[in-house]
Design a protein around this ligand. Structure first.
Ligand code: BGC
Ligand code: BGC
Length: 604
């Protein structure tokens, strides 16, 4: 791909000079380029670089040019009106051209939550959410998954994913439990590094890089119940000494920094009563100075707004604390108000120019390293990467590795012909049986996910039908009350949710699900229960009635991975990456477990 082909028609002379400067003079170091740019930038242009807006909230696309906006994002569900692959490239290029047409022509860096695949994009491969990847315990598969995700992201032109989430969730009532690999900081560290490496490995085919973002710094998974939104968990307060923080939560971030992660996102929660977004101790003293982080810190969506005080003081506090780029979003406070107040604060010397220059220099450095100045635009030729057969195979492999079989009264695998009992008539039931939306969970196409055929993929039922060995008949009977088979495979679980929408004070199974299991039992069938969920739930009172049970988490679009396990083509290796209490609401603090971390059965 050549750049010239994509030059916007009204490109400014200075833009050309910068291109010449950065791409034709290999001897020019990034530091020199940054210095040169900084020396030319007005306060307004620096403010523009620090500002990130969700493209849905742009007043006018020309604002990107007029205000030299540094970054756009697509939040959850923020897709082009028509969610087609071509529309994504057009959306990205359209905005990028506006940035290139600004006085200095500094390209945008475009961020997106590709947290389990390029999940806002219809047709993308959707991989298991982190909780499922945690159950694989396998850094190699996490690396492959992240690499595949990154090449799907790069194919749309986008250069930055807000992933991995390296939280270590402790309270399962938290709606973001599934975004964490494990409650064990060591496993999180290992898989977090693999994810960073995978996301940031230059896409082998087109050599376009995507940068990762370790989030949410810090303590997002450790908040005290009752201190969050609506007196629940999300965005609450984490109480922890600095020593304990350093022993438990910092190591995974340090490892991500050492692995070269280019951005870190601040967390909505407070640490000992202080909002992380406004904590100089966390953002500057610890992350930048002690840990040696040289990339840039991005705030979370309207995250600075939660710092006590008015909006201007939020801006001053967060930037002085070390925030480099602000995800204004534009959904709440208007971005023009943000830029006006930040400018005012700089002019009034409430924020030193050295801090602003440091923030802008960090942002420019990442933009240079990611290759944006050389190749800011994207063409359509890599779109076949998205949802490719190769990526779906990786996802299917991840799915089968993520299944944790916890109970098996000689019923699985369903098709082992050497067994005494061979099940020939299998009823498949439950709300999750033929429901792509449910098996994908939150952060899929829409922010909160959805039900049914929300994108392309293979449901668990379809996987069981398509891969059924000879002699096995699969019958779909959603409520297990019409057909009697030898065995009923019942897929139950949670409806999709994201963030605080998933905070719950009770983790009981839902009554309709339990009724389906009852129906199957009443007909005299053996039951295999598969739980689709973002966390351990209350199974202790029910499991005695079940002949087999497996936690399948939120597997994503490749439901056939489940059939590989059920049909015995894959001997299960998944192990719990979270302890499973009798009372799930007790989370990791429980002393009464039904299954411990590390448990999971294989066949034989
Ligand atoms: C979430 C982040 C996410 C951001 C952008 C926030 O609400 O906490 O994880 O990256 O939105 O969508
Ligand atoms: C966005 C999400 C974001 C959330 C935060 C939504 O409108 O699409 O990405 O995380 O708001 O509240």
């Amino acid at each position: 791909m050549t750049i010239t082909k994509y030059f916007p028609k009204k490109i400014s002379l200075s833009t050309l000079i910068i291109f010449a400067f950065t791409s034709c003079q290999p001897n020019t170091t990034n530091e020199q380029t940054i210095e040169s740019l900084l020396s030319q930038m007005t306060i307004a242009e620096k403010v523009g670089q620090i500002t990130q807006i969700d493209h849905r909230f742009l007043d006018d696309h020309s604002d990107i040019t007029d205000y030299s906006i540094g970054s756009l994002l697509s939040g959850g569900g923020s897709h082009p009106k028509e969610n087609t692959l071509k529309a994504w490239v057009d959306l990205y290029n359209g905005y990028q051209e506006k940035a290139l047409a600004s006085r200095l022509g500094i390209p945008l860096i475009y961020g997106i939550d590709a947290v389990h695949g390029h999940n806002n994009v219809k047709g993308a491969t959707i991989f298991p959410h982190n909780i499922g990847l945690g159950a694989t315990g396998n850094a190699d598969i996490v690396r492959l998954v992240s690499e595949a995700t990154s090449s799907e992201v790069a194919a749309t032109g986008i250069n930055w994913t807000f992933a991995p989430c390296i939280a270590t969730p402790q309270d399962y009532r938290w709606g973001r439990t599934y975004e964490g690999f494990s409650s064990d900081p060591n496993l999180v560290l290992k898989l977090g590094v693999a994810a960073v490496e995978g996301y940031q490995s230059a896409n082998k085919k087109n050599q376009r890089k995507v940068i990762a973002c370790a989030k949410h710094f810090i303590g997002d998974g450790n908040t005290v119940f009752g201190t969050g939104i609506k007196n629940l968990v999300d965005r609450g307060n984490t109480i922890m000494t600095r020593e304990t923080l350093k022993e438990t939560l910092i190591p995974a971030y340090q490892a991500a920094v050492d692995a070269g992660v280019q951005t870190v996102m601040a967390s909505y929660n407070s640490w000992n009563g202080v909002k992380c977004h406004g904590s100089k101790e966390l953002l500057t003293d610890i992350l930048k100075e002690e840990m040696g982080f040289e990339g840039f810190i991005i705030s979370d969506w309207q995250g600075i707004d939660e710092i006590p005080g008015d909006y201007k003081s939020d801006i001053v506090t967060s930037i002085n604390a070390g925030m480099d780029m602000v995800m204004v979003s534009g959904e709440g406070e208007p971005y023009k108000k943000f830029m006006a107040l930040l400018t005012e604060a700089i002019e009034e010397e409430l924020i030193p120019m050295s801090r602003i220059d440091d923030a802008v220099a960090r942002i420019l450095k990442v933009k240079l390293e990611v290759g944006l100045f050389d190749e800011p635009l994207m063409d359509y030729e890599y779109l076949s990467e998205i949802g490719s057969k190769k990526h779906r195979e990786i996802a299917r492999d991840a799915v089968r590795q993520s299944v944790v079989v916890l109970k098996n009264e000689s019923i699985l695998p369903l098709s082992d012909s050497t067994k005494e009992v061979r099940w020939s008539k299998i009823v498949v039931a439950g709300k999750g049986a033929d429901n792509l939306g449910m098996q994908c969970g939150g952060w899929t196409i829409e922010w909160q996910g959805g039900q049914g055929d929300i994108t392309e993929g293979t449901t668990i039922l379809e996987g069981l039908v398509e891969n059924a060995p000879p002699g096995i008949e699969i019958i779909h009977d959603p409520r297990a009350n019409k057909v009697k088979g030898d065995v009923a495979v019942i897929i139950i679980g949670e409806d999709p949710y994201t963030e605080f929408f998933g905070d719950r004070d009770s983790l009981n199974l839902n009554k309709e699900d339990l009724q389906v299991i009852e129906n199957a039992k009443a007909q005299g069938m053996k039951v295999v229960v598969l739980l689709t969920s973002g966390r351990p739930m209350n199974i202790a009172n029910h499991i005695d009635n079940w002949d087999a049970f497996a936690a399948i988490w939120l597997p994503g679009t490749e439901g056939a991975g489940i059939s590989d396990v059920l049909y015995g083509r894959y001997n299960p290796t998944g192990r719990l990456s979270f302890p499973w209490p009798v009372q799930a609401e007790e989370g990791t603090s429980s002393s009464s477990l039904i299954y411990d971390m590390g448990e999971g059965l294989s066949y034989e």
